[in-house]
Design a binder for this molecule. Structure first.
Ligand SMILES: [Zn+2]
Length: 242
């Protein structure tokens, strides 16, 4: 095989590696953005649940305090009953005690319904917390990996491009430019085998004349259909007996 062709094949491998790394490097920030938006979403859901829970906690404390105060009032009124002299005053006091008890019984009903909301909210909060923790762990882990990866991308790409320069220095500059152009336009395949009178890049037939020239292996030749650089590859050996 011609030396130039060998260099071009090597260059194609090097450029494919560089392209893979560059694609990966482009994808990484998108992955980070997706992860970040999932994290933000879960965090917002958690904060909303937390706010709701704190509000119910406050309402519960207020209600419990009110009930406690009213109970105190009843106890104090009962103690006072002993020192009352007239029946009129006595019945007035009893009536007042009864009124306070009734109000408090309504408050206790309210407290019960508040407590059930409170428990639901507490459960919701712990669910949101678990969901947030799950993504937080993943997010941190992945960010550490990504940071490490992003740091090595540029180094790896620089190393590869260095090798490419070395290979390119053995080739004619115009050929390198042409090769790079085909590489861009033909999905990273700029040099490709011709086998069985066929271009393995675009699968079009190759004329016998061109095929003969390829077999001579003394000139850079391209496929007339896809413009890729071709090199001759002997037909696959047929099994014995065929
Ligand atoms: Zn072709």
């Amino acid at each position: 095989m011609m030396e130039q062709v060998r260099y071009l094949i090597e260059m194609q491998e090097i450029m494919s590696q560089a392209k893979r790394l560059e694609d990966e490097k482009r994808r990484v920030p998108l992955e980070v953005a997706d992860l970040k938006s999932l994290f933000d979403e879960r965090e917002a859901a958690y904060l909303a649940a937390d706010q709701e829970f704190e509000e119910l906690k406050k309402q519960r404390r207020e209600k419990e305090r009110e009930i406690e105060e009213e109970r105190d009032k009843v106890e104090k009124a009962k103690a006072k009953l002993m020192s009352i002299k007239t029946n009129k005053e006595y019945y007035a006091m009893l009536k007042e005690i009864e009124g306070t008890r009734r109000t408090n019984s309504t408050r206790e009903e309210e407290l019960l319904s508040l407590l059930s909301k409170y428990e639901e909210s507490e459960k919701r909060l712990s669910e949101r917390k678990a969901e947030l923790d799950e993504v937080t762990g993943k997010y941190r882990e992945r960010m550490v990996e990504i940071d490490g990866r992003m740091g090595s991308f540029d180094q790896d790409i620089a190393k590869i491009l260095d090798r490419k320069r070395q290979v390119a220095s053995s080739l004619d500059a115009a050929l390198v430019r042409r090769f790079e152009m085909i590489f861009e336009r033909r999905e990273g395949l700029a040099i490709i085998a011709a086998r069985n009178y066929c271009c393995t890049g675009c699968h079009m037939n190759i004329s016998p004349q061109l095929y003969n020239m390829l077999q001579r292996d003394d000139k850079i030749l391209t496929c007339p259909n896809c413009n890729r650089i071709l090199y001759y590859e002997p037909p696959e050996e047929k099994a014995a007996g065929e």
